[in-house]
Write a protein that binds this ligand. Sequence first.
Ligand code: IPM
Ligand code: MN
Length: 356
Amino acid sequence: MNYKIAVVAGDGIGPEVMEQNIAVLNAIGEKFGHTFEYTYVLGGGCAIDKYGEPLPQETIDVCKASDSVLLGAVGGWQWDTLPGDKRPERALLGLRGALGLYANLRPATLHDALKDACPLKPELVADGVDIMVVRELTGGMYFGEKGRKMTDMGEAAYDVEQYSVKEVERITRTAFEIARKRNKHVTNVDKQNVLESSRLWRSVVLEVAKDYPDVELDHLYVDNASMQLIMRPTTFDVIVTGNIFGDILSDEASQMTGSIGMLPSASLGEGTLGMYEPVHGSAPDIAGKDLANPIATILSGAMMLKYSFGLQEEAKCIEDAVTKVLDKGYRTGDIMSEGMKQVGCKEMGKLIIENL
Ligand code: IPM
Ligand code: MN
């Protein structure tokens, strides 16, 4: 098969981790007889520098016309003082919105070989961590009305947290469908003791759950959820939550994997078009030094094969190669521990290819 892929490598370490991702995908293409055709487009700070805007229309058009989108990372100190709608992050948010990618899957899996790199006590993670955070991605306060106004306390700013029944319904279904293929357990995270938007959220989750009697459902307030994640990480399966809570909890969950450099993500909508990116950011402090961990991006490539192209075996081949390389003791700086062999970004990519 031939697949058209839009590539938004972005800023900071984005281009270098993407280079390794594409090398791995090409090796997979050769091994399994697929061709991947890449169109490179600009998004983020590099697009601001070239076109004066973070998300040019051409980038949106190319992404829409592709079978899927790979994204590296956007942002950096150069663009930190720009107003909100001109910042590099707009590229990410704009693409999620324009492509209708409302479901963000962030699997936090702790490889056996990385148990040392996990900051939790060994006994807490002895049973292995395997959590799928299903984060709503195109609603909530990220996309609600925002602005400034004068109040009797002086100037104020607001970002409205709003969720519609339809928005909650579709993300909840995504979570339950995924749970059915895993350990059949969904934990809903909200703040319904305080927020009206969470009360609607909770009622819709309960309604949708009636269609999934085979899946266990429980609920946690977000503050408690952040605590339980640290105390009993191995008891979670699928977590479904809104945009802002999911943003925060997925960073927390990433630490269970040893490093945020290990966590891939898939952003999906109604069709098969998806956007695949590492959960980590652009890390400008280590950019261009061959220090970045490409594994999160390479595992995002595997998620693309699985979720957009239905290539299960090919995806598994990449995941297994990553496990093999870790088992052999190779580590990038972020997951380095005593007695292991430290390698750079390029070498890590090469090792994964050799182990496909
Ligand atoms: C993420 C990032 C983004 C988000 C930022 C960069 C806009 O933190 O993908 O988690 O908040 O969604
Ligand atoms: Mn985040």
